[in-house]
Design a protein around this ligand. Structure first.
Ligand code: ZN
Length: 501
């Protein structure tokens, strides 16, 4: 008899539907798996065989052919174990015919018959589209994010009893609430630093990438950590998209439900290119830049990052995706993040004062390592000096995250009202329409251009930032000289940042 059982296989952040076809027929006892399995899929039959023995189920003493359909598509991972087990049981008449019609199955089998969690259950559940869908018990809540009718099982023996009608199904749990991530550190903790606080607010409101330079101990990391809290919560479709990515990366603890707040990723300087960009030899796993999708990516010590890593950042910054090509296949992973980067002005970090011990050559090499085009992507560039002790001790707490986030949300609503997503993405061709300048503002920029202090691309960036400044003030364009001046103040010249060079 032939059994066809739907399941799914993960690749990148998406999954493909797969059907497990099992045929048991007369012949010498032997089991063959065909249809593009990777090593893990090929081992599935050994796990299933051992699980059968543990549960007192019978492995057919005949010829068993297992086809993973469609055959042209590579299958990866262990999520197909459970469907394979059910297929063999059905094809060998150990389950009543018709008992699994419409069902789909996801789950890895342990040798003892336990149904174990799988990486990427959210995208897998979406692709498997069974009705109902059977998943590992611990991942019931996550699978429910993608599809409605889900049942969880903890053990193969329980599943067989339920399908035979000998025992009831475990009850599905209630839908999980949004993930309650701690709200993150509050902006009120940052004392002084008025310009840096303003830059954070503008970055959050307009989606402008932010570069912070300055000596160690200036609070660059402290500022970056507070940026996600200023961003609006994710919309339901965005939350599901982000949850799928985190699920596919295997970083979503089971049962946490939807990721509803913008993520924050701060990969370590020594992180490998794969950890940062994504990839891997068997599965194409999303890296930090995809985990930061719709949130904030913080890259510390930008000057210490390897050039290959910096080069890889260009495509996501431009297109919001990263295309990965490996021997196992190619995938396009989402990667639209707000980038905050920090760097020391020179290797020792003390450039500009007498404590700097770097040689001139060292400083120049350090400055040259960052390519001009990458630095040009930052709409906001700021020098963060070491905080003044009087300010740290004397001044009162700054405005709280909630206050600033409310202004950011209002500014984003104004941008949405013009039919744009965020100001940083307004095309240059639309700037005259959405960000016209008043006479004084125009003169200020014209002077700068005439003196060679601004490139054409830089001019566009200044106008976008000035538009965000106006949105935060609740003012309609034309943009004034003051708003343009604020934008100029938030985009320091590179020469001023690299004091040493
Ligand atoms: Zn130095």
């Amino acid at each position: 008899m032939l059994a066809c059982i739907p399941t799914a296989s993960l690749f990148g952040v998406d999954a493909d539907p797969v059907t497990i076809e099992v045929q048991v027929h007369a012949g010498l006892p032997c089991t063959t798996v065909v249809g593009g399995p990777d090593a893990t899929c090929r081992e599935a039959k050994e796990r299933v065989r051992a699980a059968f023995a543990s549960c007192g189920l019978e492995w057919p003493n005949k010829r068993v052919t297992i086809n993973l359909s469609p055959a042209w598509q590579k299958k990866r991972g262990s999520a197909i174990d459970l469907a394979m087990a059910v297929g063999i049981l059905l094809a060998s008449d150990q389950l009543p015919a018709g008992s699994v019609t419409g069902y789909a199955f996801l789950g890895e089998l342990g040798l003892d018959g336990a149904v174990r969690p799988v990486v990427g259950v959210v995208p897998l559940a979406e692709a498997a589209a069974g009705n109902p869908l059977v998943v590992p018990a611990g991942q019931l809540a996550d699978a429910q994010l993608a599809t409605d009718e889900v049942v969880g099982v903890g053990h193969l023996a329980d599943l067989v009893r339920a399908l035979r009608g000998e025992a009831p199904w475990p009850l599905p749990m209630a839908k999980p609430a949004g993930r309650h991530r701690s709200a993150g550190p509050d902006l009120a903790d940052v004392r002084g630093q008025a310009i840096a606080r303003k830059a954070l607010e503008v970055a959050a409101a307009g989606g402008h990438h932010l570069l912070l330079t300055g000596p160690p101990g200036g609070g660059k990391t402290m500022l970056a950590e507070r940026l996600p809290g200023l961003l609006p919560p994710l919309r339901p479709s965005e939350a599901l998209e982000v949850t799928k990515i985190h699920s596919a990366a295997g970083v979503l603890p089971d049962g946490t439900g939807l990721v509803s707040l913008p993520p924050y990723e701060a990969p370590h300087t020594t992180a490998s290119a794969v950890a940062l960009i994504g990839g891997g030899s068997s599965q194409l796993r999303p890296g930090a830049i995809s985990l930061a999708h719709r949130g904030v990516l913080f890259l510390d010590e930008l000057g210490e990052q390897r050039p290959v890593v910096l080069d890889c950042l260009r495509q996501p910054l431009e297109e919001g995706v990263i295309r990965i090509h490996r021997a196992v296949g190619s995938a396009t992973l989402p990667a639209r993040f707000l980038l905050v980067a920090a760097m020391n002005p020179c290797p020792c970090g003390e450039a500009g004062n007498s404590r700097c011990r770097c040689q001139v050559g060292e400083r120049l090499r350090y400055a040259r390592r960052l390519s001009g085009p990458l630095l040009d992507r930052f709409d906001l560039r700021l020098h963060v000096p070491r905080a003044d002790p009087d300010e740290l001790l004397g001044s009162e707490a700054g405005e709280s995250t909630a206050c600033v986030a409310a202004r950011v949300a209002a500014a984003r609503r104004r941008a949405a009202g013009r039919g744009t997503t965020v100001n940083a993405l307004v095309p240059g061709s639309r700037l005259d329409e959405v960000a016209p300048l008043d006479r004084a503002g125009r003169r200020l920029l014209a002077d700068l251009l005439a003196r060679g202090g601004l490139s054409a691309r830089g001019l566009h960036r200044i106008r976008r930032v000035a538009l965000t400044v106006a949105d935060l003030e609740g003012a309609d364009p034309p943009l004034t000289e003051e708003q343009v001046g604020t934008a100029l103040g938030l985009r320091a010249e590179l020469a001023a940042l690299q004091v040493a060079s």
